[in-house]
Design a binder for this molecule. Structure first.
Ligand code: SF4
Ligand code: SF4
Length: 112
């Protein structure tokens, strides 16, 4: 099992999660983060840190976001590791509670 980043993270990047992960298993896309399901040790430390409540143990993932198990696994190899907190995206606060952000998820990898 692993922890999963789900839809509420789209367009946010508050990255409080990254600051507490002991094994650096977050990977960064253009407007979303994923968790490497192989590296995650299920320590749960990131869950309470996420201001959008986007992170779930796989067994607790709401059914409406079940596709995010595959999304995290599929995008992890293509996206770079993020191991330090950064500023959120400009639209993060406005879209924090917006339902239906799936269509905004950009599959592209973050590039410095
Ligand atoms: S803290 Fe939550 S919303 Fe922010 S980057 Fe991490 S998972 Fe995404
Ligand atoms: S559960 Fe622990 S190991 Fe897994 S992503 Fe969160 S902080 Fe990292």
């Amino acid at each position: 099992m692993a922890h999963i980043v789900a839809e509420p993270c789209v367009a946010c990047k508050f990255t409080d999660c990254v600051a507490v992960c002991p094994v650096d298993c977050f990977h960064e896309g253009i407007n979303f983060l994923v968790i490497d399901p192989v590296e995650c040790i299920d320590c749960t430390q990131c869950v309470p840190e996420c201001p959008t409540e986007a992170i779930f143990a796989q067994d607790d993932l709401p059914d409406k976001w079940s596709e995010y198990v595959e999304i995290n696994a599929k995008l992890t190899p293509d996206w770079p590791v993020i191991d330090a907190q950064k500023d959120p995206l400009p639209e993060a606060e406005d879209l924090k509670d917006y339902e239906g952000k799936r269509e905004f998820l950009d599959p592209g990898a973050w590039q410095e």
